[in-house]
Design a protein around this ligand. Structure first.
Ligand code: ATP
Ligand code: MG
Length: 258
């Protein structure tokens, strides 16, 4: 466990790690043909560090979202391990895992469909806290206001619904919801991709500020290598389900170019 490691070595300890993760999708054929099988994630091992960003780039269909869903425990890989401290999350029982689910949150590309359009912003932000019995009604209301302030939105938006917000405001609400339970890791799957350049820049800066404020670890997924170069400390490349790590000279080059 982290507490058993001398303080001087703690900076080098990953917060989350995956080892040899593999996921295959099999779809049943309706016409009696052989089942179709796709290897989406193949033998992926990576480390994520507190306060740092691992960028993940790759072509469409290379497996980025499938890997993200495995790491966020939304999809069960066929093989492999996900370590958080001294625990392999894939070996834990559902009930044991429940409190740990707060630690890993995911923000998707399309908040118009990932946020329930029927709910107000207030309810969207309160919901994860209610599910995890985070505190009293009053505490939860205070926290929803605090979360909106953290993503630099006015509390006048609390009664609005997602479709009455701009794309940038909606992504900020999605980020605020992901932060509600004080996670350690945010998986950002094309979170900025649908936004115009100036909003992308504003939300990228917001994410960097939130990261240093809360020592968050990010897995930042994007098609856009330049954007990844702006925000990532290290860059991984995904191709046909496999991940390889870019040499640090490539990361430095992207940092300079961005
Ligand atoms: N639910 C699913 N059932 C069957 N196959 C799937 C499913 N989800 C993804 N796949 C397949 O798995 C592979 C990886 O898909 P994935 O969505 O992870 O790629 P991606 O890198 O996120 O792509 P994009 O950049 O377009 O979002 C693709 O071949 C895809 O068709
Ligand atoms: Mg994807």
């Amino acid at each position: 466990m982290l507490t058993e490691i001398p303080e001087s070595n703690q900076a080098a300890m990953p917060l989350f790690s995956s080892r040899n993760l593999s996921l295959r999708y099999t779809s049943r054929s309706k016409l009696g043909h052989a089942n179709r099988s796709v290897v989406a994630v193949e033998d992926v091992s990576l480390d994520l560090y507190a306060g740092k960003t691992l960028g993940l780039v790759g072509d469409s269909g290379s497996g980025k979202s499938s890997l993200a869903r495995c790491l966020a425990l939304l999809e069960k890989p066929d093989r492999g391990e996900i370590w958080y401290g001294s625990r392999n999350l894939l070996e834990m029982k559902k009930a044991e895992l429940f409190p740990l689910r707060c630690e890993i949150q995911m923000v998707f590309q399309d908040s118009a469909s990932s946020l329930n359009p029927q709910l107000t912003v207030q309810k969207i932000l309160a919901e994860p806290m209610e599910i995890h019995r985070w505190g009293s009604r009053g505490n939860i209301l205070d926290r929803t206001r605090e979360l909106l302030a953290q993503v630099e939105l006015s509390t006048t938006l609390l009664e609005r619904r997602p479709l009455d917000l701009s794309g940038g405001q909606r992504q900020r609400v999605a980020i605020a919801r992901a932060l509600a339970l004080r996670p350690r890791l945010l998986i950002l799957d094309e979170t900025l991709s649908a936004l115009d350049l100036s909003t992308q820049g504003q939300i990228a800066n917001l994410l960097l500020d939130l990261q240093s404020l809360h020592q968050l670890s990010y897995l930042f997924i994007s098609h856009d290598a330049m954007l990844v170069g702006m925000v990532a400390d290290r860059i991984a490349l995904m191709e046909s389900g496999r991940v390889s790590f870019a040499p640090s000279a490539f990361t430095t080059h992207l940092h300079r170019a961005s």
